[in-house]
Design a protein around this ligand. Structure first.
Ligand code: GLU
Length: 319
């Protein structure tokens, strides 16, 4: 896959995307269960493209760390698959779009504790639990993985080191409002689909959601998905595992708007309620865009519009 011949050079194109899509008036919302997200200025907007040949192009606030939230689910799944026994995991979680909100309880009970996919909260709790059977501090493992793949030496401390870090204050704020995620975890436990205590699975899950990263680092860290499983330090996953994560992103990565996103952007994506969206252009690049205000389905308003524009101008699509 290549860019269309008449596409403008990437650097100026990203600058243009920032000029066009940086929000000029407050719109959309931030999630009520994560109070600190409402303190981020609404007009923050960053975008970065990491190419499979090793270049990173970025513009706007691409160097400002933001809360990756559900984008972490992609990396937790990659680690869980890497850790062996993927078939055991796939008996505990399906690979179908849910057609409901990402934190729905109703579907989980009706479907006897087997979550529809790894990117809704119930599914992510199961994947975290799977990872916790290998390492009890699954969140630290996810942080280390992201740090390595982003090419940074060590996880940061949150003191402005510029490398990925867990925002412990944000995690504590969310944990204090985690009744719904705890309810999901207890349902899973009741159906025999959770090995570790519900409370510690939710804590690990919330801490990995609270990882802070920049658009540039996140795009770089995801490159293994655009490179047939090859990460910055060698193979992360097999080619078929990387392809399958891309497939799940395409069908389940954008909450209950995966169809609309596939229509508008035409690429596998995963969004988070921190306003980030990560997109994979197989064989070409990864894209990370961040703008904090969300639409009714929980996806970044300006981020989605920017990706649709960028992919239209470059011709990037899996179709
Ligand atoms: N930590 C958030 C929650 O569980 C993540 C939601 C998201 O980004 O989709 O509500």
């Amino acid at each position: 896959m290549t860019t269309t011949l008449d596409a403008p050079p990437l650097g100026p194109l990203l600058d243009d995307i920032v000029r066009t899509h940086r929000p000029r008036q407050e719109g959309g919302h931030t999630p009520a269960n994560i109070p600190f997200l409402s303190t981020i200025p609404y007009d923050r907007f960053g975008i970065a493209v990491a190419t499979t040949s090793g270049d990173v192009f970025s513009s706007g606030d691409a160097g400002v760390a933001f809360s990756i939230q559900s984008i972490s689910k992609v990396f937790t799944l990659a680690l869980a698959l890497q850790g062996g026994n993927p078939e055991a995991l796939w008996q505990r979680v399906l690979r179908e779009p849910s057609g409901t909100s990402f934190n729905s309880l109703v579907q989980l009970e009706a479907e006897l504790g087997i979550p529809r996919n790894p990117f809704i909260n119930a599914g992510a709790l199961v994947v975290t639990d799977h990872l916790m059977q290998v390492t009890s501090d699954a969140a630290a493992q996810v942080l280390r993985f992201l740090t390595e793949q982003a090419g940074a030496a060590e996880p940061g401390s949150g003191s402005g080191s510029g490398t990925p870090y867990i925002d412990e204050a944000a995690a504590a704020g969310e944990l204090a409002r985690s009744s719904r995620n705890l309810a999901l975890a207890h349902f899973l436990k009741d159906f025999g689909n959770l090995a570790a205590p519900a409370e510690s699975v939710v804590e690990n899950y919330v801490r990995q959601c609270s990882i802070m990263m920049t658009c540039s680092d996140l795009a770089r860290a995801a490159l293994f998905l655009a490179r047939d499983g090859q990460g910055s330090r060698g193979a992360v996953l097999s080619r078929s595992q990387a392809k399958r994560i891309g497939s799940i992103m395409l069908t389940c990565g954008m909450y209950d708007a995966a169809g609309e996103f596939a229509y508008r952007v035409g690429l596998p994506g995963k969004s988070g309620v921190g306003g980030g969206i990560l997109v994979v252009v197989p064989g070409v690049c990864t894209i990370c865009v961040w703008s904090p205000r969300l639409d009714a389905k929980g996806n970044s308003l300006a981020g989605t519009a920017a990706l649709a524009d960028l992919c239209e101008q470059t011709g990037w699509s899996v179709f």
